[in-house]
Design a protein around this ligand. Structure first.
Ligand code: KG4
Ligand code: ZN
Length: 335
């Protein structure tokens, strides 16, 4: 068995994950989602913490079993230290600390946003340093210049909603159940993206803003449904396609400008929104137009998972970057 053998735990939001990695290769990657939030239309932090408590042990056991690894074979235990929901981070962090203490193994505290980016190193093809990564999730939207596994600079980020939040909130305005992003994506595939033009935000620098598109959609729907109560129903696919198009154009405008300014052609995309079919297609089109090499992780490594935490912990292990039993979760941990 190649070394180091790392058990990684992810519990930053509403997915409980455990992964086992040996010598940089994934042996197991288990995720338990939480359906309890669906009825509330968003993640309820207290319920998320409780569900993590219930899921952690079975998820860790399943990961060790799938990997064929005994807990005594582990070289380190890694956990997500932040950013994320405080209660959720506490549950995963406490578990990892107790586990490491009981086994007398070193601990590794991992930054969730770095992990989304380093998910690109789990499988081939891997981007070459330096590269530009657009991380788009339910909680974050960041444009990052990645110089090495441990050196990254944020050059732009959202000033209000995250891209995934923009998808979820506009989907909610259309009456779609939470999380609306994937549902909106599916419906958009049958629609005309140019039917309803919404404003594409033009922030200076490389920052993003999505509150404008959300408000524009809200006022537009209010006005239209006053005249025709069935407006949304009758135009659902075109509305989804037009909203998706606007969000993608907002993201691509900054990505294009940053790639040109920094002279980078290895372009990576990470986070749950990287699953969006329109975004993938547009990136591929830009790759052809601009000579980019585009990298998108497999779906299971785009959404929250412990495999990416294990990958990041692997790089930290090599660099000797360990945590102590005093490590505490940081909901606002910086990249
Ligand atoms: O990275 P992730 O799994 O969790 C966070 O760390 O936030 O991202 C979840 C976000 C949600 O907002 C979800 O609606 C969005 O990613 N998402 C999508 C798609 N699949 C997931 N948004 C648009 N199109 C999709 N296909
Ligand atoms: Zn995430």
């Amino acid at each position: 068995m190649e070394h180091p053998i790392i058990l990684a735990i992810e519990s930053s939001c509403d997915d409980t994950g455990a992964a086992v990695m040996a010598g940089g290769k994934i042996l197991a990657n288990i995720v338990a989602g939480q359906q309890v939030h669906e009825q509330y239309g968003g993640v309820v932090p207290e319920l998320a913490s409780r569900a993590h408590q219930q899921h952690l042990l079975p998820v860790v056991q399943a990961a060790l079993q799938k990997a064929g690894i005994s807990k005594n074979d582990l070289d380190a235990v890694a956990f997500t230290q932040g950013p994320g929901l405080l209660g959720s981070l506490l549950v995963g962090g406490m578990f990892a600390k107790s586990f490491a203490l009981a086994l007398d193994k070193p601990l590794i505290g991992v930054n969730h946003m770095r992990a989304h980016i380093l998910a690109h190193f789990i499988e081939e093809p891997r981007p070459q340093f330096p590269f530009l990564c657009l991380t788009v999730s339910g909680g974050h939207t960041q444009l990052v210049v990645v110089r090495s596994p441990l050196e990254m600079d944020i050059i732009g980020q959202t000033q209000d909603d995250a891209a995934g939040e923009a998808f979820d909130k506009t989907a909610k305005l259309l009456g779609l159940p939470y999380p609306g992003g994937p549902r909106l994506d599916k419906l958009a595939q049958q629609g005309n993206p140019l039917r309803f033009p919404f404003p594409v935000n033009q922030m200076p620098g490389y920052d993003f803003s999505f509150s404008g598109v959300k408000t524009a959609v809200m006022y537009f729907l209010r006005q239209q449904t006053q005249q025709n109560p069935a407006f949304i129903e009758e135009n659902l696919a075109d509305l989804c396609a037009s909203i998706q198009h606007t969000i993608i154009q907002t993201l691509m405008r900054q990505l294009r400008r940053a790639a040109a300014e920094y002279g980078l052609t290895n372009i990576a995309i990470a986070g749950g929104v990287a699953a969006n079919s329109g975004l993938r297609a547009e990136l591929q089109r830009l790759a052809d137009e601009l000579g980019w090499q585009v990298f998108i992780p497999a779906f299971q490594y785009c959404t929250d998972n412990a495999g990416m935490i294990a990958m990041t912990a692997h790089f930290q292990y090599e660099a000797g970057d360990f945590a102590t039993q005093l490590a505490s979760p940081d909901p606002r941990l910086k990249l």
